[in-house]
Design a protein around this ligand. Structure first.
Ligand code: BG6
Length: 489
């Protein structure tokens, strides 16, 4: 290991094997992230990148996909072949062994599955069959894999069994790119490195919590994929429940990977199981119709490329969750996500209870917005605290004002992009920002009743205009005189 100026260690040697090397994810995210890591001297000194995909290509043509890296002396190799063909893996093994000899990659391998999900188990099995998953003493063999982790609880469990038949849990790095966002990690800093928030972070002071992951984009060219996913599988089961877990979990014993993951799993387990007969009161399913976003007219979901003209896939989902533990009993968590909403914003808003007694006439209070702590995750990353302040002059009046912290203004450093962090951490073997198997399965447990209700079309589909904040029915979820509408981010 060598030490970087900020104290993080860079692995000395290793090979990165990219399965699906010619695909969209590799081209759009992996190679640019690797190039930026190289610019910051955050790749191993002795490093090789080996691409595996079906297309025939020379090593030089493969290297040309990441020009910045090749220029820094990283060696590039390409293995053309099908994942169904044993010979592909035999040739990959030969290439890797040759890299150990020629480039000093020392038997360390990071296998990155940038493939279609149907290939995940197949590639893992083939690696196992060639003896490429076992870790000889003093080396690492790690598998990086991205969602979807299954299509439901049963298939997630199957995939897990397949991976565990070959790799041990400590070798499997499941990406949720939301965890690699600096502001998501800042939830931990805010909660556990400060004395002023945590004492209020419970049922005594919090009335409810609103969590929003809103996107202004539609499904773009991913209509065919999205038809199978919907907002529940695409965002709620993973990104949204992860943000919820970090917001609501108990303090971990340390920031070590398993200490944090233990607390997240405990929280996910405490989410009250959704009962099918309660779902109409707890879930709002929406789909966008044509509208205007950022001044531009946009088509409805059913008119998007690859989408069935009578599709009932949800592009919006709002739900009310309860957490059955001492900290949160009786505090509803309202979560919502959607495509083609008014703007792109991800935030957590903790809404506090009203004061027990207000020693002022109602006329002295301009608006009775509850005190709120907002964790702005993106864009415009920061933290906002709103409270009542006296309006200057007389008579005595109170109005809501904000304290606003902006990341951009407070820090000069550019945070690493999520994929840079993911690759760097996987090379170091730091699993803190990756999902453990039990987290994935617990998240599926939470959403399964909704999956089943959607399969049976047991919940109404509410339409909303593209560019709005979702179907009006979502407000009804909050249904309480102090909280009858969502905070507008
Ligand atoms: C992905 C989803 O996991 O997250 C996409 O598949 C979504 O549909 C994306 O757009 C959102 O990520 P971000 O980082 O832009 O908030």
């Amino acid at each position: 290991m060598t030490e970087r100026s900020d104290g993080a260690h860079v692995a000395l040697s290793g090979a990165l094997v990219v399965f699906g090397a010619t695909g969209d994810l590799a081209g759009r995210k992996l190679y640019p992230a690797l190039t930026r890591l190289a610019e910051r001297n955050q790749i191993p000194k002795r490093f090789a990148v080996i691409g595996v995909a079906r297309t025939e290509m020379s090593d030089e043509d493969f290297a040309a996909r990441a020009p910045g890296l090749a220029a820094r002396g990283v060696s590039f190799h390409y293995v053309a072949g099908s994942f169904d063909d044993e010979d592909t893996f035999v040739r990959l093994k030969e290439t890797l062994d040759a890299c150990d000899v020629k480039h000093g990659t020392a038997g360390n391998r990071l296998y990155y599955l940038a493939t279609v999900p149907s290939a995940f188990a197949k590639v893992a099995r083939a690696l196992g069959a060639e003896g490429m998953a076992e870790e000889p003493p003093g080396t690492f063999r790690r598998l990086v894999i991205e969602k979807p982790f299954g299509h439901d609880l049963a298939t997630a469990q199957e995939l897990d069994d397949e991976l565990h038949a070959v790799f041990q849990e400590h070798q499997i790095f499941r990406i949720d790119h939301y965890l690699a966002k600096e502001t998501v990690q800042n939830i931990l800093a805010l909660r556990f490195a400060n004395a002023i928030f945590e004492p209020l972070w419970n049922r005594r002071y919090v009335d409810h919590v609103e969590l929003t992951v809103a996107e202004s984009l539609g499904v773009g060219h991913r209509g065919t994929f999205y038809e199978q996913a919907g907002a529940l599988r695409d965002i709620v089961q993973n990104h949204l429940l992860q943000v919820l877990a970090l917001t609501a979990m108990e303090p971990p014993a340390s920031f070590a990977a398993d200490a944090v993951r233990d607390e997240k799993v405990k929280l996910l387990r405490s989410i009250r199981p959704l009962q099918p007969w309660d779902l109409p009161q707890l879930v709002v399913r929406g789909e966008y119709s044509a509208g205007v976003v950022d001044g531009e007219p946009v088509p409805g979901y059913r008119d998007e490329e690859g989408v069935s003209p009578d599709s009932t896939t949800e592009t919006f989902l709002a739900l009310r969750l309860e957490i059955d533990n001492w900290r949160w009993a009786g505090v509803p968590f309202f979560v919502r996500t959607g495509k083609r909403l008014a703007r792109r914003v991800t935030e957590v808003a903790v809404r506090y209870k009203q004061v027990p007694f207000l020693p002022l006439p109602k006329s002295a209070v301009d608006s009775i917005e509850p005190n709120t702590t907002v964790l702005r995750i993106q864009p415009d990353e920061g933290i906002e605290v709103s409270f009542g302040a006296k309006v200057p002059g007389s008579p005595f009046r109170v109005r809501t004002v904000d304290l606003d912290f902006s990341y951009q203004e407070a820090f000069d450093e550019d945070p690493p992009e999520a994929y840079e962090r993911v690759i760097f951490d996987a090379l170091q073997g730091d699993a803190t920002l990756f999902l453990r198997s039990d987290e994935v399965l617990q998240s599926w447990r939470v959403v399964m009743p909704i999956v089943e209700a959607f399969e049976h079309n047991a919940l109404p589909l509410c339409f909303y205009e593209a560019g709005s904040w979702g179907p009006p029915e979502a407000d009804a979820l909050l249904g309480h005189e102090d909280k009858d509408h969502w905070r507008t981010p």
